[in-house]
Design a protein around this ligand. Structure first.
Ligand code: URA
Length: 234
């Protein structure tokens, strides 16, 4: 098997990142610095940055309904609870595809398939993500129109066009469904702030065509073969 594939299958990095590690001289095979494009055979010892790695036997794919109060990371320096803590029986070294804020709940994909995760997280991938936001104040049609057209959230360019539907409106709070294709840091919160509405709560209900459905908060499920194929087709 190609060395970069072996590294990707061990959950350490995507194939592309593995090539970077190899090129940087951080990968050893049987004690010798490996070169790009080399193969590994049964019984070879592969080390990345001095740590022996083993390829996972199978790739696994999960959907989690993340509750508020968990960080989307494999580990945390400040010892906060991570989303991985919510899948205690999963033996494979899975990691989240993209990020939900500590205060955001909802649909999160986790996998040990480094190539797929990397592809889905790449900025050129335009997966539509659906969120329900509860926001402060009366959210007007004119606010929706601004978000649909893209707003300035303090980055070098304004946000890409979004789908926006008002679900409920009143003087104190409103509920809005928003679908975005980008994944900038705290993007939905910053978009609502840009039109004068602070987000009170935020929930991701869909990732592309994948929906949370009846999955309860804090629960997870294995993706079906159809769902996995759908993700690979994106
Ligand atoms: N946008 C946000 O502001 N937060 C999230 O967690 C996801 C999208």
């Amino acid at each position: 098997m190609r060395l970069n594939k072996y590294i990707a299958h061990s959950g350490v990095a995507s194939r592309r990142k593995a090539d970077e590690l190899i090129a940087a001289g951080k990968v050893n095979v049987n004690g010798a610095v490996a070169s790009l494009g080399c193969d590994v055979n049964e019984g070879d010892i592969v080390e990345v940055s001095g740590r022996i790695i083993n390829p996972e036997k199978k790739t696994v794919y999960y959907m989690l309904n993340k509750p508020v109060g968990y960080i989307t990371s494999v580990r945390d320096d400040r010892d906060r609870r991570t989303v991985i803590d919510l899948l205690p029986d999963v033996k494979e070294r899975i990691y989240p595809v993209g990020r939900l804020d500590y205060n955001t709940s909802g649909l999160l994909i986790l996998t040990n398939d480094g190539d797929l995760a990397n592809r889905l997280m790449h900025p050129s991938g335009k997966v539509k993500k659906t969120y329900i936001a509860e926001v402060k104040g009366m959210f007007h049609i004119s606010d929706a129109e601004k978000l649909r057209n893209g707003v300035d959230i303090g980055d070098s360019r304004k946000t890409a066009p979004a789908d926006v539907e008002i679900i409920k409106q009143n003087n104190s709070t409103s509920e809005v469904e928003i679908k975005i294709i980008e994944g900038r840091n705290r993007q939905v919160r910053r978009m609502f702030e840009a039109v004068g509405h602070e987000v009170i709560s935020l929930n991701r209900t869909a990732y592309g065509n994948l929906k949370l459905g009846h999955l309860k908060l804090g629960q997870f499920k294995k993706l079906s073969q159809g769902e996995i194929e759908y993700l690979k087709s994106l």
